[in-house]
Design a protein around this ligand. Structure first.
Ligand code: HGY
Ligand code: MN
Ligand code: MN
Ligand code: MN
Length: 416
């Protein structure tokens, strides 16, 4: 049954708002932002909602062996590759309502416009909702998209577990997902991948421009550093007889801002997660595990920072301290597909929507797909440039603008 959708902007905007508001209620931290970890109860709620909407919009719904969701509008060409539109639907802890869902909702609403206009494309259209892009539960990130293109193989996936030691495979089964479903997808089944995402920075808002056409995405690396020392009594252990894993971690982390600064102004280094063991107020920590998130537009800067972190680890591994560095994720800077970039620019101009080119300081699933199919991204402004926090907000009107652009672009790419 096709839902009658009025194509005017206000109607699309109202439906976008309703999707985003509903999805934002699927959080483990109500009142303190969106916390929707992969394969959690909140994931299941969002998943059910998205699958329901996909069916309502006339799409054939399936999930793969990672729990990625696909809603397909068949084309007239047999076995033709699909044009995929979507993003991820997991979140960071206490994040916002738009990082990820804005792109999934845009894909849904493009499909709704195909339904309303009774368009049967030559090439299939697929709305996609990806899992574990943030890596908040299983570390690394971009898991769903890396799985689809085979960068995360079966063995790698089966080894993933969260900080409580729960394996991803077991968490999937517990919520009724089937990890034995097909995983890797042949790149020949993908004609293009389009993603709307919030900018997560201040540029578009400062310029007063509602649409950014993304040209490139920074390289993204995540390291996990483990510092091992010796637990001891906080009261009886003299200061010069300690192998304190937290003090050592703090000394390393305190040097990262300067380290980043020495690698050019667009190189950023962040420690967002630090776990202390045994985490007792009167116990000298014998282990700390912390992340190092490194980004730069230039590959060699990322490499230099990795090398310097490893050198720091070596220099502090003494007097009972042992430090190891593991690389959780490594994606080089990526350019968007030039033809898709010009299609998005041309389409946006034809719709008289002001736009500019922009590069992304955040990582996105689009960067994973960019080596396997033709990829393009649109950005919309983030209020005060904020993201990855409860204050994250974008205007549903901007999302509706992007829906119209993606709809026109998808019509061309699917030859509807
Ligand atoms: O961290 C990022 O850049 C993205 O939000 N996962
Ligand atoms: Mn995101
Ligand atoms: Mn994010
Ligand atoms: Mn992303």
């Amino acid at each position: 049954m096709h839902v009658k959708i009025d194509r005017n902007l206000a109607t699309i905007q109202a439906r976008v708002e309703s999707h985003i508001d509903t999805l934002s209620t699927f959080t483990a931290t109500p009142g303190k932002g969106t916390t929707r970890l992969t394969y959690s109860h909140e994931d299941l709620q969002a998943r059910q909602y998205l699958k329901e909407k996909m069916k309502e919009y006339g799409l054939q719904v399936r999930e793969d062996g990672f729990g990625n969701i696909f809603g397909k509008l068949q084309g007239t060409l047999k076995d033709a590759p699909s044009v995929l539109i979507g993003s991820h639907f997991d979140s960071v802890p206490n994040g916002g309502s738009y990082d990820g869902p804005a792109g999934v909702v845009a894909g849904l609403e493009v499909a709704a416009l195909f339904a309303e206009n009774r368009l049967t494309p030559k090439y299939p259209l697929e709305v996609i909702a990806l899992v574990e892009e943030e890596g908040s539960r299983f570390g690394g990130g971009l898991m769903g998209s890396r799985g689809i293109v085979g960068l995360l193989d079966e063995e790698g996936f089966n080894g993933l577990k969260d900080k409580d030691g729960i394996y991803a495979v077991d968490a999937m089964k517990k919520m009724g997902l089937d990890p034995s479903l097909p995983k890797k997808r042949d790149p020949k089944t993908m004609k293009a991948y389009l993603e709307l995402h919030i900018e997560q920075g201040p540029i578009l808002e400062e310029k007063g421009i509602p649409i950014g056409v993304v040209e490139a995405i920074v390289g993204l690396t995540q390291l996990e550093v483990t510092v091992k020392g010796q637990a001891g009594h906080a009261g009886t252990t003299p200061m010069d007889r300690r192998a304190d894993a937290l003090v050592t971690a703090a000394k390393m982390i305190a040097q990262f801002p300067e380290l980043a600064g020495s690698e050019g102004e667009d190189t950023v280094v962040t420690t967002g997660r630090l776990n202390v063991f045994p985490n007792g107020a009167n116990v000298i920590p014998d282990k700390t595990v912390f992340t190092v998130d490194i980004r730069s537009g230039k590959e060699e800067h990322v490499q230099n920072v990795i090398e310097k972190v490893k050198e720091l680890a070596v220099s502090y591994s003494r007097n009972g301290i042992e430090i190891s560095v593991e690389q959780l994720l490594y994606i080089q800077p990526k350019e968007m597909n030039k033809d898709i970039v010009s299609l998005l620019k041309k389409t946006t101009n034809e719709l008289d929507i002001p736009n500019c080119s922009i590069n992304s300081g955040a990582g996105h699933d689009a960067m994973v797909f960019s080596d396997f199919t033709n990829v393009g991204m649109l950005f919309i402004p983030s209020k005060d440039g904020l993201s990855h926090c409860p204050e994250e907000w974008s205007d549903s009107r901007d999302v509706a603008n992007a829906v119209q652009i993606l709809f026109e672009a998808a019509k061309k790419l699917t030859e509807a």
